[in-house]
Write a protein that binds this ligand. Sequence first.
Ligand code: FDA
Length: 307
Amino acid sequence: MLGPVLLAASRSAAIRRLVSAAPVTRPMVDRFIAGERLTESLGSVRSLTARGLDVTLDHLGEDVTDRVEALRSRDAYLALTEALAAEGLAGRAEMSVKLSAFGQALPGGHDLALANVTPVVEAAAAAGTTVTLDMEDHTTVDSTLAILGELRTRFPQTGAVVQSYLFRTEDDCRALAGEGSRVRLVKGAYNEPASVAHQDKREVDRAYVRCLKILMAGEGYPMIGSHDPRMVAIAQDLAHRLGRKLDEYEFQMLYGIRVAEQERLVAEGHRMRVYVPYGTDWYGYFMRRLAERPANLTFFLRSLVGR
Ligand code: FDA
């Protein structure tokens, strides 16, 4: 029940001010965020890669309200690309971008986001890495997939994200399961209406398995973005039955969540990519992590009241 309230709060400026100013927020945020600065996040990346994990970096930011901010997002990713190349990390670290940070929701936003993200994808390719387009709320899916299609004509390795809670996603998986595609399958983290998305968690899980089957049986490279032990086990079983080798799919989990499981999968020989968010604009990301797990919220509320 609290999930939708928290997801609504994740877009409220007043609650953002309140939560950001509370001193107890910081230690909770640090659990999920690699740091506010690029240099701190690179330290985390080095430590993760030294332990055999791969990485996708997210420069935090979403829902920008003007073109200047959108350009700042682009520049932050260009600086990140340069740093990854300079540190010799481009082979182990890719980047995840939210198109709303590149201006997608502004007037003319589709073209603006494409124009802003293209130099990042070009720079990533030149540096030997790639970009995955995160998926945001359902109103952005058509635009994001169209931008993906444009980018893939020149940079076929550009990754997509699909969310199993959306009714449309099985069809999207079929369309995206072709040769050379890289598709991250997640359950979905936004507050979606019953007209477009499953509301029952069990239905979301069932849809996840159906999507997993489509992607695993396809010709692309599935990226299993889930902390759910059942989804991980089903993915392993499908890979085995369909004869996929260990380098023909990968697991992905978020920074700070189920770390022991991340290391267990690496020890078993799997490719495990950690999604590493960094930057100052952590509020929306943080609230979505609270919404996903009541235990995180309880811990946070107890800290707020000093118990
Ligand atoms: P589920 O929510 O059922 O959780 C399974 C178990 O995982 C829990 O029982 C708990 O042990 C653990 N867990 C899950 N969330 C936790 C949390 N916040 N804190 C602590 N433990 C937790 N979404 C989206 O809409 N667009 C996107 O682009 C992405 N991108 C993305 C990338 C990657 C790499 C991952 C792993 C996830 C995303 N997501 C996302 C988020 C995704 O949609 C989803 O909200 C979360 O992954 C939680 O769903 P699970 O599949 O982990 O299962």
